[in-house]
Design a protein around this ligand. Sequence first.
Ligand SMILES: C[S@@+](CC[C@H](N)C(=O)[O-])C[C@H]1O[C@@H](n2cnc3c(N)ncnc32)[C@H](O)[C@@H]1O
Length: 410
Amino acid sequence: MTETQLTIHRLGHQGDGIAPGPVFVPLTLPGEVVAGAVEGDRMDAPRIVTPSSDRVRAPCPHFKTCGGCALMHASDGFVATWKAQVIETALAAHGLTAEMRPTLTSPARSRRRATLSGRRTKKGALVGFHGRRSDVIVSLTECHVIAPELFALIPVLEEIVKLGASRSATLSFALTLTETGIDCAVSGGKPLDGPLRAALPRFRDRITRLTWGGEPVYADTAPRLSFGPVTVNPPPGAFLQATAEGEGALYAAVSEALEGATRIADLFAGCGTFALPLATHAPVHAVEGDDALVAALLHGARHAPGLRPVTTETRDLFRRPLLPEELARFDGVVIDPPRAGAEAQTRALAQARVARIAMVSCNPVTFARDAALLTQAGYRLNWVQPVDQFRWSPHVELAASLSLPHLSAN
Ligand SMILES: C[S@@+](CC[C@H](N)C(=O)[O-])C[C@H]1O[C@@H](n2cnc3c(N)ncnc32)[C@H](O)[C@@H]1O
């Protein structure tokens, strides 16, 4: 096949380099000259002719094959700036600019939530991340992303695969490192019949709670998390910010954006990451679509001394957003929707004219769309705080402060 030489102009949303065409070239950086065979719109095995000054040696030996990381070949400074630029580009598409604060990046080996895959092999079992653009599971001798406690569980998960995976199935392990050990929810396994149910409790000294296809196997010690002074027992598979450092950075930004608020609503509240510590300063109404998360949040609030009143509501905020008249009693709102954003709820917020809004987002595109609805209604976008808790991946997260002009010194 003929070799083509290309210059990389920018990185795409998946972290691949993009040359004019467009041609997607993985593991490259802007400004680099690369050579190789182009198939369709991809050059999958580039030779780096002229490396970027931002290129570094990837610290992990699995980087080239494992799909867990896409940007380990770039310096920390490059990744931090690129993630901020992704947000700026999304805002610019709506004619918006904002003060961008420096990206706050979580340390290596700090991910406390991860999903690993497992499969039976001729020799036994294999658990790891999927390969880059492939179904193959990569065997890991080290991992620079997940917490050491999660990495150390891999041999245990391989034993579980041997017991509970059918020959061709891929098991999925959703892992959360909590204060009382590892919470593990398994999906894709054999039916939980009598022998499997009897065999699985042998892992109870390594896994605090084991859930199989949504069914509890055992939970001797309830998994426990702390949000500010409040202890919460999350249900299996509960949403949790990916790193403790990321959660701290997001909470610091949210609490700064809502400073001075005396009645707060937390929309898409999960099990209380923001609502519960905010309730040390002001009464909070937490709204969330998942009943089990709401129950965990409320239970935590009821058993914590010294909190201001916490009320909760289970509500689908896509179908039934809080209406402007319901929002009128709040002077601060935090809104942290899933990737789709919260267009309907943001339209209602814009009408309600709540004084301070903290937006948290894992998708700059929907964030920018929703932020534009607020700026069109007269809000000022005060600043954006990029938060990188998915180190070396192309994911971008952020918190932002918006307020009505008379509060814009906030
Ligand atoms: C990005 S998470 C944020 C959770 C929480 N703020 C935190 O930081 O832990 C988004 C939350 O929105 C909830 N959610 C998803 N769709 C929803 C909907 N239509 N209505 C209400 N909540 C929804 C999810 O259950 C999840 O808890």
